[in-house]
Design a protein around this ligand. Structure first.
Ligand code: NAD
Length: 247
């Protein structure tokens, strides 16, 4: 009998020494954190430019903070799911041979035990001062009404995340570039991302142009699916554990 696409992809992953995993909001959907786009995405009900842009924040910082406090509640109530845990297990085998580049701001990869994780859009649990740029660790400043949140000095604070029109985290870009310069990944996993951002597309294209086996996991195949050798139209929490050989 011919091995299935899942078996073949799992074999490639088992033989891999270097793996780049690019994750998006979809990997956290099964932890109860809504995605932005996709079938049940938040942007169906909210205006991204009002809630996730410097201009929207300037116009109404209290409204933006209310929305972030609501999202933060969801993040705090969430636990890593089998998808996050499968990537953490994979790192146990591969060590620094696995790099997770996440667009998520929820910290669930780290909560699952992953260490080589780079957050290109920041982290929703941290707060940053709009005057001094000082970053406050999670829980250092309470995120609660009355909004907007202020620093102990009374300066306006903002979530330490990257909004539309802002520059992505340089340290994350450098980490991926270093990883790619260190050798072609054997496998690139694209998990739960629409692949809308040009830097994500560039990394995926760079891998696809080399000998990398490209694997996408997404119930609604993304723009990046056309670059992939294997596309699994299913949930990350079901597929990833099977791919890394846990079930
Ligand atoms: P997105 O919200 O634009 O798209 C989510 C993707 O996940 C869609 O393609 C959808 O089909 C897919 N998906 C939904 N459920 C899935 C599942 N169970 N398994 C696998 N895939 C599933 O996400 P994106 O491409 O990461 O967009 C990036 C932006 O969204 C970033 O700015 C990020 O900061 C932000 N975001 C982060 C979180 C979070 O931290 N958890 C949540 C919402 C949005």
């Amino acid at each position: 009998m011919e091995p299935s696409s899942l078996d073949r992809a799992a074999e490639r992953l088992a033989a891999a020494r270097r793996v780049l995993a690019i994750t998006g909001a979809g990997i956290s959907a099964e932890s109860g954190i809504p995605t932005f786009r996709g079938a049940a995405g938040l942007w169906k009900n909210y205006d991204p430019m009002q809630l996730a842009s410097p201009e929207g924040f300037e116009q109404d910082p209290a409204l933006v903070w209310e929305w972030y406090a609501w999202r933060l509640d969801k993040v705090r109530a969430a636990a890593p799911n089998p998808g996050h845990r499968a990537l953490a297990r994979l790192e146990e085998h591969l060590g620094d041979g696995l790099l997770v580049l996440t667009q998520n701001v929820d910290g669930l990869h780290q909560a699952a035990g992953s260490r080589n994780v780079w957050e290109i859009h920041g982290n929703i649990r941290r707060v940053r001062c709009t005057v001094t740029d000082k970053v406050y660790a999670p829980d250092e400043i309470p995120i609660e009404a009355p909004f907007p949140v202020r620093t102990p000095e009374g300066h306006l604070a903002r979530p330490d995340v990257v909004w539309f029109g802002e520059i992505i985290r340089l340290e994350a870009v450098e980490a991926v570039d270093r990883f790619l310069a260190g050798g072609t990944p054997d496998v690139c996993l694209l998990v739960g991302t629409t692949g809308m951002f040009p830097y994500i597309q560039r990394w995926a294209m760079r891998c696809a142009q080399s000998a990398t086996t490209m694997i996408e996991i997404n119930p609604e195949p993304s723009l990046l699916a056309q670059l992939c050798d294997h596309v699994f139209e299913t949930n990350a929490g079901q597929c990833l554990p099977r791919l890394v050989g846990e079930t």
